[in-house]
Write a protein that binds this ligand. Sequence first.
Ligand SMILES: NC(=O)c1ccc[n+]([C@@H]2O[C@H](COP(=O)([O-])OP(=O)(O)OC[C@H]3O[C@@H](n4cnc5c(N)ncnc54)[C@H](OP(=O)(O)O)[C@@H]3O)[C@@H](O)[C@H]2O)c1
Length: 399
Amino acid sequence: MNEWTKEQIEHMKTALHLARRGWGLVSPNPMVGAVVAKGRRVLATGWHTGLGQPHAETVALLEAGRKAKGADLYLNLEPCHHYGHTGPCTEAILQAGITRIFFGTPDPNTVASGGAQALTKAGIEVKCGLLAQECFELNLFFFKWVLTQRPFVILKTAASLDGKTATTTRESQWITSKAARNFGHHIRTGVDAIIVGRNTAKKDNPELSARPWGRRKMHRQPWRVVLDPDLKLPAHLKLFDPTLGGPTLVFCGPEASLAKTRKLTNMGHQVILAPRLDNNLLSIKWIIEELGRRSVQSVLLEPGATLAASAFLNEPIVDLAHFFLAPIFLGGVNAPGILGGTGLNHLNQAQPAKVLKVGRKGPDIHITVRPQNGFGDPSDIAALFQTTNLTPTPWLALN
Ligand SMILES: NC(=O)c1ccc[n+]([C@@H]2O[C@H](COP(=O)([O-])OP(=O)(O)OC[C@H]3O[C@@H](n4cnc5c(N)ncnc54)[C@H](OP(=O)(O)O)[C@@H]3O)[C@@H](O)[C@H]2O)c1
């Protein structure tokens, strides 16, 4: 049984819709939308537009003015209870005279949390867990980073129907349609970093920039990250051109040449020494953790077969994967598949995954998958509530 009313669900859907406008604008903050309502009537709305900007609830309360007295407030995230770039939202809520608050997910950030308890103590009726699953999924990057200090990792790859990511001569631009590539750019606009392996950087010479379509403007470009163990990549590649994208981070082996390192740092790039594994590749797990230490909350891997095998099988770090399959056949035993590496010997070693969605992007098939242990599982929502000692009402709303 679910005790939420139709109108409460509608208001939360509106808050989620508003929050999504913050995609690519708010990191390291979460995306938040707010609705001030009396019954069915929406009095005011707001959303968080970027770091240092007013929080969604303060925007909505300001717009509502005196009408907020006695009204309900809907938010996808628990209101903050601290002085940061802006004042505590709990104070603004109390001053406005709001009587009931509905929010989706708790705020696990220890600096800002405690809003629900503070408001309850002040006599406001507080209900959490409304559309909890949707609210959780909206801010997976933020939740994973706050709870684990590691970024949320998305992998995106394009292949032919027979699973080839390039031809035998390593040609791969373009296997899939513009619609699929536009989706890739949409992800780029929302993440903090994009990672490629050395061979992809050399063969495809990508800019690794986020290029949104329409009138949307990027307030900052994601980090461009390349794994180049021996610093062999030529300096004229587009990913080293500062005018084309965000700052460039190069991960190399611990024994990389000092002269080559200096050349890159003199060009304004950062070079980070990463440990090597037995197979001589760099540890992608360590690299992801290092990015987390640098406050990177989300990463997009655009891997060739070698990097995809590392991230899926050798050191599983992928939380969500997008596979695009174009209705073409490439064939060839030497043409790379989606995953390269040495592969597994036995079926019982296979890495399981959950198919979340199967759809289309133009003529291509789009399969969204969560590998086993990928963050975003329903158990992760339960853990989020437990961490913050908040109980969703009703608990069943999570299912
Ligand atoms: N269809 C698609 O979606 C798609 C996407 C990207 C690329 N591609 C195609 O894929 C081909 C390149 O793929 P690839 O498999 O040859 O190479 P790759 O995955 O792009 O790069 C692999 C290289 O990166 C370095 N590296 C360091 N640490 C690594 C780690 N942990 N895991 C993996 N690599 C690591 C190694 O360089 P060292 O050799 O110096 O040790 C390794 O050989 C190109 O033809 C490109 O066009 C297709």
